[in-house]
Structure formats: C-alpha cells, structure tokens
Design a protein around this ligand. Sequence first.
Ligand SMILES: CC(C)(COP(=O)(O)OP(=O)(O)OC[C@H]1O[C@@H](n2cnc3c(N)ncnc32)[C@H](O)[C@@H]1OP(=O)(O)O)[C@@H](O)C(=O)NCCC(=O)NCCS
Ligand SMILES: CC(=O)OP(=O)(O)O
Length: 323
Amino acid sequence: MADLFDGIRERLEGKGKTIVLPEGEDVRILEAAVHLQQEGIVKPLLLGDEEAVGKAAEEGGFDISEVELINPASASYFDELVEKFMERRGGKATLEQAREQVKDVNYFGTMLIYTGRVDGLVSGAAHSTADTVRPALQIIKTKPGITKTSGAFIMMKEEQRLIFADCAITVNPSANELAEIAVESTKTAKAFGIDPRVAMLSFSTKGSAVTEETEKVVEAAKIAQEMAPELLIDGEFQFDAAYVPSVAAKKAPESVIKGDANVFIFPTLDAGNIGYKLTERLGGYEAIGPILQGLNGPVNDLSRGCSAEDVYKLSLITAAQSL
Ligand SMILES: CC(C)(COP(=O)(O)OP(=O)(O)OC[C@H]1O[C@@H](n2cnc3c(N)ncnc32)[C@H](O)[C@@H]1OP(=O)(O)O)[C@@H](O)C(=O)NCCC(=O)NCCS
Ligand SMILES: CC(=O)OP(=O)(O)O
C-alpha cells in the first residue's frame, strides 16, 4: 500500500496551501512549522506574541526566521476580523466581547479561515478540545444537512489503516447522530484511501444483550443503512465480532461485515476517546487526528499528548482537506 503521506504530499505539491498553527509558543508546533517550511509544500503560519514565540524557539533550538508569525493583537486587519466575527455571531457577541475573543489565538486563526486568508487550522497541542473547536463550531459551522461535527482518527500500524469515530466531540450521541457520524466517517475513510466497511460498536453483538444502550446502536445502524444503502454498515457488534473473522463467524455469521471492518463507530465519547488512546498507547498504532468531520472548512484538533510529527502530519491532512 502506498504511503499515505507520500500521496498527500504529491496532491499538495504546487497548490500553495497555508495552514495556521495558533499555538506558536509550543515547541512541538515550532518544530512542525520548521519542518513544513523547509519542505516547502504547505506554508505554516504561526500565531503568538513575538517575544514569547522567540523565547520558545530559542529554548527548543529552532530557527523560525523563515516562518511567518502574526501577533493577533497587532495584526493590521484585527478590526476587520472583529467586525466580521460580530456579523457571523449575529448578535451573540458585543463589540467588547468580540474584541476579546478575536485576540484569542484559536478565534483569530479560525477567523483567518473564515475570511479566506488561510486554508486550514491545526491547534490543540496546548488547548483542550473544547477551546480548540468552539470557535470553529461558532464561525465555520457545519455543512448544510449536517447536524453535528465529529472527530475521527486514522489509526495506522504497518500497512493497516483504520478509522475510529467519534473520539472527540459528542459526549452521548443519539441514534440519529451516531448514524450521521458513521456516514461522515465513510467520507473521511474514502478521502484517505480507505474503502469503508463500517462496524457500529457496542458491548453486545446482534442481540446478545438488550439494553437502552445496545438498542441505540441497533437503531443507529438501521438509520445509517437507510441514509446510505450503498455502504457496508452493520451493527451492533462487540469489537472482536467486528474485527476478528473467526469471532465474527460465531457471533454474527449473517452480517455483511465478516470480521473485516475498518471503520469503527463508538457508541459514546467515553468509548471512542478511551478506545483510540488504548489502541495508540497499548497497541502501538499511530493516531492521526482528531480530523473534524462535517465542518464547512478544515479545522483540526490535536491531542495535548501529541508529538511534533503528529502536528506535521495533521497539517498535511488539513491542507489536503482544503483541496
Ligand atoms: C464540542 C463542545 C466543546 C461544544 O460545547 P459548547 O461550547 O458548550 O457548546 P454550546 O452548546 O455552547 O454551543 C456552542 C456553539 O457550537 C455549536 N455546537 C455545539 N456542539 C456542536 C457539534 N457537535 N457540532 C456542531 N456544532 C456544535 C452550537 O450550535 C453553538 O453554536 P451557536 O453559538 O452558533 O449557537 C462540547 O461538546 C465538548 O466539550 N465536547 C467534548 C470535547 C472533549 O473534551 N473531547 C475529548 C478530547 S478530544
Ligand atoms: C483528542 C484528545 O483526546 O485530546 P486531548 O488528549 O488533548 O484531550
């Protein structure tokens, strides 16, 4: 299987995409920005206070002289962003609140996407998911017809690529929301070269337990199948029945998923977030994401436990989403 990132770099070559990295004071962000700048395929734009960013660069030993850096508070178009932010919020922010919010690097960076100055945003190395994604939910918003954004991870080990969702946003999705997450996750899978076979996960397989929780997943699988009859989606499955062919043959012999699922939809955020971290930290999988699905523009979150390599890779993915 061709390397995912070789393919992405090829698609991005010559496209002149710029990704804003609002957390310019974090050394992992600086290392990734220098990597991107030196590679010359995607342009990084750092945000932050010049002195603090300079100090972090010095401490990390990174030469950031070639990387563009903007301090939101002194940007020449700050007032324009405040005005556009107020318009977008439609009365939900006073001028004073808007000025304070737009000074925040994540709000400022998101406004750069909204006003077409950059192509995408990657943040979350130093901010919680809530603080990273809230500006996007308020400003970028979801695509027409999509009710909720969700966060998917590409989980990679050797030749294997899997999608896990929702690992980032909706704490306890309804059956309808879970079905939407499943269908959106198939789009993410296809965008990154994965032919999706979707398992709706539970602690039960095909009625082995019946509770409110398992019934939600059964209902979600049904709704997802109705939303996208051309897709291979089934559930409810325990993880082993979705992933191990010999277990699938025993627990779910009639299913179209024969222990060969590669897109896993978790019933709650507890399950999704714990599941991806276990797979990453105990299973040795590389976790790229969370890639936010269903938004009008590419904004992606990082885990605060990320490496500089994760920031670099998520920046490429984000730029690819803007093609
Ligand atoms: C995503 C999250 C921050 C939104 O919470 P919030 O900011 O309290 O959300 P609110 O209900 O105040 O809504 C804020 C705006 O976002 C929108 N919104 C909220 N959740 C949304 C979603 N899942 N998809 C799209 N829009 C959403 C709301 O419609 C609202 O828009 P408006 O202000 O234009 O009306 C919250 O669901 C959360 O904290 N999730 C868990 C994140 C997390 O810790 N994940 C684990 C680590 S990855
Ligand atoms: C995605 C995620 O879990 O983010 P964090 O580790 O920063 O909470």
